[in-house]
Design a protein around this ligand. Sequence first.
Ligand code: NAD
Length: 243
Amino acid sequence: MTGDIARARDLLDHATSVAVLTGAGISAESGIPTFRDALTGLWEKFRPEELATPEAFEANPKLVWDWYAWRRGVVAKAQPNAGHRALADLERQCRGHEVDFTLVTQNVDGLHREAGSQRVVELHGNIRRVKCFDRHHPVESWPEGDHVPTCPRCGSLLRPDVVWFGEAMPPEVLATAVAAARTCDVFLCVGTSTVVEPAASLPFLALDSGARVIEVNPQATPLTGRASVSLRGTAGAILPLLV
Ligand code: NAD
């Protein structure tokens, strides 16, 4: 492992453009469950794919709203961990050496910005924001209660401002992420199962464009066999060693 860390550091030291992709795994050590182990307690009888869709919301808005209210509560109590902080440090180091840096995240928890990261592309939105279902009007505050709140402008039901399964992400957000993957020479992939598209394609796009890929994950993924360096461990343990 020490040799692998040294090789990964060497790749980062010689990079002229760095792109990072993070997934739910980087926030696991902040106490936010990944989708694989999200379904405990109250929510264990549901699958995220059955709750995080527009169809699920239309069929049972209260169920979906309550699930997100529970998840918002978990996120509100969470703090960035050593992995988030190391990526904020990496961005500062890159900027200091005029190396391009883009952090693309699939997470909706906002912890990268809280840790000090600046150039963050949130592919799947942010759970702390709310918008209305029909017209996507952003809404700043809403009453908590037994009913799903409604939009003060158009009366439609409120929903979290996240990208659900089956929904397209904003094209400009995806374009920024794709450009970062295509132009980087080192791509760091942290805590993602690389199965949820289109984010899952980003490291492969980087590989096809000639970048070296470093993976940080306690488990093997479809990317592992093609990564230049695969660091098997948690983000909180590995990333501070890299930066
Ligand atoms: P996933 O749940 O499919 O996979 C998580 C990955 O993280 C796995 O490969 C696992 O081995 C790895 N992992 C677990 N603990 C880790 C640790 N401590 N350090 C490093 N890696 C660790 O998550 P995904 O690939 O990000 O995709 C699922 C979708 O779930 C995403 O679209 C995301 O929007 C959503 N999601 C977000 C959050 C969040 O915002 N924190 C939480 C759950 C799910």
